[in-house]
Design a binder for this molecule. Structure first.
Ligand SMILES: Nc1ncnc2c1ncn2[C@@H]1O[C@H](COP(=O)(O)OP(=O)(O)OP(=O)(O)O)[C@@H](O)[C@H]1O
Length: 230
């Protein structure tokens, strides 16, 4: 589903590569943590998957496409297959919970009848039943992140990318968010999550890929945060 073949990325005007010959192969339906110190290249890897930037060496394949060869006009179609969740939720503050989730379907032109049906179903799935008419600032951080996950998942993407989704949440709330991501993963969605949160990594026992100065220094199934390096 996501394959990096000796991928390097050097940003213009910088000497050292942010990613250096990185090879990772992620199958459909896997749950993978990307860990590593600040500046190790995690965000760069996620941005390459979204084709927000291009590699300067090697190949990035996502959902069967070679992203360096993908025409610009096809990028929106690629991104529709990838849901994204961030540390800072990124909800639209002037829209209700339901409207935030509905918006993700409206912008891709889904019919109103589908929106009406699917939004409540998705809110129920993420545990926000009955909160659709609230505004984001009337929700806790954990609930806001659930809205963001509902929005990312509402069109059933093949891949969910999460960049530090528990970064602003306390440990108990984080457990709930991880259970939700696990549930989404069980529907067949491939999950790639960048994190510094050793607690969640250790609790989940999923595959862990560790980057250090842009290189893969560890790739273990059922890994823990510290593992063998660092
Ligand atoms: N747009 C950019 N232009 C130049 N250099 C960049 C750019 N984005 C990232 N870098 C550099 O690339 C390296 C990897 O950064 P990246 O953001 O991928 O790391 P990260 O592991 O996601 O860090 P963090 O955990 O702090 O988010 C760093 O040395 C960073 O300074």
């Amino acid at each position: 589903m996501i394959r990096f073949e000796k991928v390097s990325k050097t940003y213009p005007g910088t000497g050292k590569p942010a990613l250096d010959q990185v090879s990772i192969d992620i199958e459909k339906g896997e749950f993978v943590f990307l860990v590593g110190q600040s500046g190790s290249g995690k965000s760069t890897a996620l941005r390459l998957v979204l084709r927000e930037t291009r590699s300067t060496g090697g190949r990035v394949h996502v959902a069967g496409k070679d992203l360096n060869r993908l025409a610009g006009w096809k990028v929106p179609r690629l991104r529709r297959q990838i849901g994204t969740v961030f540390q800072d939720f990124r909800l639209l503050p002037n829209k209700t919970v339901s409207e935030n989730v509905a918006f993700a379907l409206q912008v891709i032109g889904r019919p109103r009848s589908e929106v009406k049906k699917v939004v409540p179903q998705t809110l129920e799935l993420v545990g926000l039943d009955g909160k659709g008419e609230r505004m984001p600032d009337e929700l806790s951080g954990g609930e806001q992140q659930r809205v963001a996950i509902a929005r990312a998942f509402v069109n059933r993407p093949m891949i969910l990318i999460a960049d530090e989704p528990t970064g602003n949440l306390d440990p108990t709330t984080s457990v709930g968010i991880m259970k939700l991501l696990e549930r989404i993963n069980r529907t067949g969605t491939t999950v790639l999550m960048a994190t510094h949160d050793s607690g969640v990594v250790d609790q989940m026992r999923k595959r862990v890929v560790e980057l250090d100065h842009g290189r893969v220094v560890r790739d273990e199934s059922q890994g823990v945060y510290d593992g063998i390096s660092g």
